[in-house]
Design a protein around this ligand. Structure first.
Ligand code: CAA
Length: 291
């Protein structure tokens, strides 16, 4: 089966980026969210990011308009049920994801492939709650989706070969590169990246460096495009904490304990860019370190 139509659940940071790249690659996209405001904001963001690509001469104005015309939105989850592929990109909470797949179940076309953009949760476990573990996979995009080249493909224990091959083909059609990861907590990228971010928060917590000196060190000393604290704000501190907890619980090793300062920031609602404050304050023109 050649995948042509795609349903995306969740119009947030990841969902809108995923909708953007699929529409640009010629797929028909149906984007779902629980809030109309979320859907409206996603369309504004997608237009802004596509226009940015036009202004950098990466795509033409015609391609931009054609991509936008391929995206429809709906508040009704079951509207997605006949799409060839459904990608869940909701918040990083297992019960939320299970509820989405549960609600889709009675309406689903038997051929539909289900995927989750989870950044850390077991694909095998998510798949086992559906009626089609063989047609279920992890398809993990990186933020910002239109820019980052990688897509991690994660097979659950029951994922069948045809599903894997189909999704490899989809990733190629998106013009991206896949890396296959086994289904262990946080897969490859986040298994390495998020403990590094957590260590940067410990470095701040223990007073080894300030926000600025930690970020400058990793940018200028290790050639990272963003410092780890800047990157944590970009990803979302709640997501970083959720991934550390998945690693800590799933691998039962104390080396993955979340830094208490990361927990405190999340408890305060300081989640990074999306709330206007994290390790930086984003209320002005330039981000200002908060420590
Ligand atoms: N849509 C489209 N284009 C975008 C974009 C977006 N959302 N954001 C940036 N761009 C484009 C810009 O237009 C620019 O294009 P050109 O190369 O043609 O000029 C290019 O990307 C670079 O952007 P900027 O010049 O604005 O800024 P920059 O050079 O500082 O790069 C960045 C921004 C690409 C985000 C860079 O800082 C970077 O790579 N940061 C690290 C990102 C990263 O590590 N992501 C992974 C996070 S982990 C993850 O996502 C997994 C998870 O589950 C948590």
């Amino acid at each position: 089966m050649a995948i042509q139509t795609v349903g995306i659940v969740g119009a947030g940071q990841m969902g809108n980026g995923i909708a953007h790249v699929f529409a640009l690659a010629g797929f028909d996209v149906l984007l779902n969210d629980i809030s109309q405001d979320g859907l409206d904001k996603a369309l504004v963001t997608i237009r802004k990011n596509l226009e940015r690509q036009v202004s950098r001469e990466k795509i033409s104005a015609k391609e931009c308009e054609a991509a936008l015309a391929r995206i429809s939105t709906t508040l009704t989850l079951s509207d997605l049920a006949q799409q060839d592929l459904i990608i869940e990109a909701a918040t990083e909470k297992e019960d939320v994801k299970n509820e989405i797949f549960e609600k889709l179940k009675p309406h689903l076309n038997p051929k539909t492939i289900l995927a989750s953009n989870t950044s850390s949760i077991s694909i095998t476990r998510l798949a086992s709650r559906t009626d089609r573990p063989g047609q279920f996979m992890g398809v993990h995009f990186m933020n910002p989706v239109p820019v980052m080249q990688l897509v991690e493909l994660i097979r659950g224990i029951a994922t069948d070969e045809a599903t894997y091959q189909e999704l490899k083909h989809v990733v190629e059609k998106l013009g991206k590169t896949h890396a296959s990861a086994e289904d262990f907590p946080a897969f490859i990228v986040n298994r390495i990246l998020i403990p590094m971010i957590n260590e940067a928060v410990y470095t701040l917590y223990e007073g080894v460096g300030s926000v600025t000196s930690i970020d400058e060190s990793m940018k200028l000393g290790a050639a990272h495009p963003m410092g780890p604290l800047e990157l944590a704000d970009f990803i979302g501190l709640d997501t970083c904490l959720a991934i550390m907890n998945v690693l800590h619980d799933g691998l039962a090793d104390t080396k993955y304990r979340p830094c208490p300062l990361l927990t405190k920031y999340v408890e305060a609602g300081w989640l990074g860019r999306k709330t206007g404050r994290g390790f930086y304050d984003y209320s002005g023109d330039t981000p200002v370190p908060t420590r």
